[in-house]
Design a protein around this ligand. Structure first.
Ligand SMILES: [Zn+2]
Ligand SMILES: [Zn+2]
Length: 216
């Protein structure tokens, strides 16, 4: 079974997630954006073995604790290739947002649409959902009806598309083509704010829901 632990870190209130396979104790860390020591302690307290750090995209608020955690846990980092430039531009992003950032080394592995990503007995499917950034992905655990949504879909909102490679039309298309076909009772765990479900957002999301007019 998949166990999902959520955290909120940093000045932009970003949500990292610790995903663990309850049978094997293997786990992955999603989007460690800040507060490396707190996240490290959380992994220790959970009693799990980290096998990878997976990034939904490479905006600054999702990558701030990648370097210390990848060295501490000795695990590789996964990212969609279309966001490599953002990871390489971590220091530039820091200047834009007004806080100093250390350089981040490139991701060891690439995520591509349709990839199956496994840890323990858990399998995630990679859904490429560009729009908030070119290399944004969501991670779908069909057996556990869970979606790690990154900054693509939020509770009653969507990721902004006016910064660093964003595009509103692309975002709408990604959500309509890759998220709305998922079952209504899939729980979505976003990069900011509270959890929601696919069914609720399909009905009620004011930007991309079935009754929304934004961008059309
Ligand atoms: Zn973002
Ligand atoms: Zn974010």
């Amino acid at each position: 079974m998949l166990r999902i632990q959520s955290f909120t870190v940093g000045p932009l209130a970003e949500n990292p997630y610790l995903l663990a396979c309850t049978e094997t104790g293997q786990a992955i860390l999603i989007d460690p954006g800040a507060e490396a020591e707190m996240l490290q302690q959380a992994v220790i307290d959970a009693g799990v073995t980290l096998t990878a750090i997976v990034l939904t995209h490479a905006h600054l608020d999702h990558i701030g604790a990648v370097e210390p955690l990848r060295h501490w846990a000795k695990v590789p980092v996964y990212l969609h290739a279309a966001d490599d430039w953002l990871l390489a531009g971590a220091v530039m992003q820091g200047r834009m947002f007004g806080f100093p950032v250390e350089p981040v080394a490139p991701a060891e592995h690439k995520l591509a649409h349709g990839d199956r990503f496994s840890f323990g007995k858990i399998e995630l499917e990679v859904l490429h959902t560009p729009g908030h950034s070119p290399g944004s992905v969501c991670l779908y655990a069909s057996a556990d009806k869970a979606l790690i949504a990154g900054d693509t879909l939020f509770y009653r909102s969507v990721g902004r598309t006016d910064i660093l490679g964003g595009n509103a039309q692309t975002l709408i298309q990604s959500i309509e083509q890759r998220l709305w076909p998922l079952p209504d009772d899939v729980r979505a765990y976003p990069g900011h704010g509270p959890e929601t479900t696919i069914g609720e957002e399909k009905q009620l999301n004011p930007f991309v829901g079935l009754h929304a007019s934004w961008g059309r």
